[in-house]
Design a binder for this molecule. Structure first.
Ligand SMILES: Cc1cc2nc3c(=O)[nH]c(=O)nc-3n(C[C@H](O)[C@H](O)[C@H](O)COP(=O)(O)OP(=O)(O)OC[C@H]3O[C@@H](n4cnc5c(N)ncnc54)[C@H](O)[C@@H]3O)c2cc1C
Length: 249
């Protein structure tokens, strides 16, 4: 919330008008016109969908797999740390991070509609030996795969709406910011190729991390990494995981 508010203030200070408590409810691509739930119409020269994985813009893209990510935030007197837990969900991981008494417990998985994720989260919390109410449990989807960066020449996609989120680690903030910058650059220069190239490089990068995700959660690989690797090369494995799941975010 603090980060969002920080961006909100930057946008306002730059003179951008923000329609709060509103949402895009329909679009006329031919007329370059969007309508909001408040019934207002906006004509656009360019439209940038930065409305997340399941926002309105996703209706104009081909549907893809998604990760689910859940977290709960609370205050507790726990030492500062970030722990990553594997084996909680089938194709994802759990985390416990605490900083100056602000604790964040979370869980991610490749979304499977047959799994009751609330129950799974509850079990995870229990294995941590904690007893916390799950009333404020928050869940959202993050994308797997990069979509079309530009449609109809003047509709751009940025952030999760584009798929600018690493499917393996769920690192989305840095890629979201990079995609926003690249989209702005492309629009200002009137050069769609700038953004198409950016999306292509992201696609290549995430193709690799998606392949790593597919391989990593196979049982023999998990066994080798945790039962053999950690026993003999613990330090090396720990530094690789720190790099991927903590530092790179
Ligand atoms: C539990 C969880 C933990 C995560 N942890 C990390 C992490 O540690 N590090 C990291 O880098 N990334 C993390 N991510 C991923 C990261 O949060 C996302 O990649 C990032 O927030 C994407 O930003 P965004 O602005 O593209 O989309 P969002 O943050 O999803 O914002 C989209 C916005 O669009 C609005 N919107 C939706 N529909 C409409 C509509 N019809 N009209 C108008 N507005 C609309 C929404 O209200 C929302 O404000 C995490 C995600 C989750 C869910």
């Amino acid at each position: 919330m603090e980060l969002d508010h920080g961006f909100f203030k930057i946008a306002k200070a730059a003179g951008i008008e923000i329609a709060e408590h509103s949402a895009v409810s329909s679009i006329d691509v031919g007329e370059s016109l969007v309508k909001t739930i408040a019934g207002d119409y906006f004509r656009y020269e360019y439209l940038v969908f930065a409305d997340g994985t399941s926002g309105f813009g996703s209706k104009l893209q081909v549907p893809k797999n998604r990760n689910i990510a859940m977290q709960i935030l609370f205050q507790a007197d726990i030492e500062d740390k970030i722990d990553i837990h594997f084996g909680i969900s089938k194709r994802g991981y759990g985390w416990v991070s605490s900083y100056h008494g602000n604790v964040n417990i979370g869980l991610t998985d490749i979304y499977d509609r047959d799994i009751n994720y609330r129950d799974l989260f509850g079990e995870f919390v229990k294995t941590l030996g904690m007893d916390i109410p799950l009333d404020n449990l928050y869940a959202a989807f993050t994308p797997i795969g990069v979509g079309e960066p530009i449609i109809n020449k003047n509709i751009y996609y940025a952030g999760d709406a584009l798929g600018a989120c690493d499917p393996f680690t769920l690192s989305g903030l840095r890629y979201g910011l990079e995609s926003g910058r690249a989209a702005a650059h492309s629009i200002v220069e009137n050069k769609p190729e700038i953004y198409n190239l950016f999306a292509k490089s992201l696609k290549r990068r995430f193709f690799i991390t998606r392949s790593m995700q597919r391989a990593f959660y196979l049982e023999p690989i998990l066994f080798m990494v945790f039962n053999i690797g950690c026993r003999f090369f613990g330090r090396m494995i720990s530094s690789v995981f720190n790099n991927f799941f903590v530092n790179k975010k």
